[in-house]
Design a protein. Structure first.
Length: 147
C-alpha cells in the first residue's frame, strides 16, 4: 500500500491546489464585480451632482461639454470593467473544471485503495479460515486416532 499512499497524497495535494486556485479566481471575480459596482455608483452620483448644479446655477456650454466627456470616460471604464469581469468569469469556470477533474482523480485513487484494502481483508480472512479449518481437521484426526 506504500506506493498507493504516496499516490493519494500527491493527488490530494493537487486537489488542494486546484481548490485554492478556484477559490482565488472566484475572489478575483468578486473583486472585479465590486469595482464595477463602485464605478457605476460613482457615475450615478456624478450625474446627480451635475443635474443639481445645472438646476441651481446653470452650466455654460463648455463646462457642460466637459462634464459629458467625463461621463463618457466613466461609461468607457464601465465597459472595460465588464470585459475584465467576462475574462475573470472564464477563468473561474476553467479553475472549477480543473478542480472537479482533479477531485475525480483523487476519488478514483481512494476507490482503488478501498478495493485493495477490501481484497487484502478478504484474503486475510480466507487464510485465517483455512488455518482454523486445518486446526479443526488436525484436532479431529488426533481425537479419532486417540491422541
Amino acid at each position: 500500500m506504500g506506493q498507493l499512499d504516496t499516490v493519494i497524497r500527491v493527488e490530494q495535494n493537487r486537489e488542494d491546489k486546484a481548490a485554492q486556485a478556484y477559490q482565488m479566481a472566484q475572489q478575483t471575480l468578486n473583486q472585479q464585480r465590486q469595482k464595477l459596482a463602485s464605478l457605476q455608483q460613482y457615475r450615478l452620483d456624478y450625474l446627480r451632482n451635475l443635474q443639481q448644479n445645472g438646476k441651481q446655477g446653470g452650466l455654460d456650454a463648455r463646462d457642460y461639454h466637459q462634464h459629458l466627456q467625463f461621463v463618457a470616460k466613466l461609461d468607457k471604464a464601465c465597459e472595460q470593467q465588464n470585459q475584465v469581469i467576462s475574462r475573470a468569469s472564464l477563468v473561474v469556470d476553467q479553475r472549477r473544471q480543473q478542480y472537479l477533474q482533479q477531485q475525480k482523480r483523487r476519488k478514483a485513487v481512494d476507490l482503488l485503495i478501498e478495493k485493495r484494502q477490501h481484497e487484502a481483508a478478504v484474503a486475510s480472512n480466507r487464510r485465517e479460515q483455512d488455518q482454523l479449518d486445518e486446526f479443526a481437521a488436525q484436532r479431529f484426526l488426533r481425537a479419532k486416532s486417540g491422541y
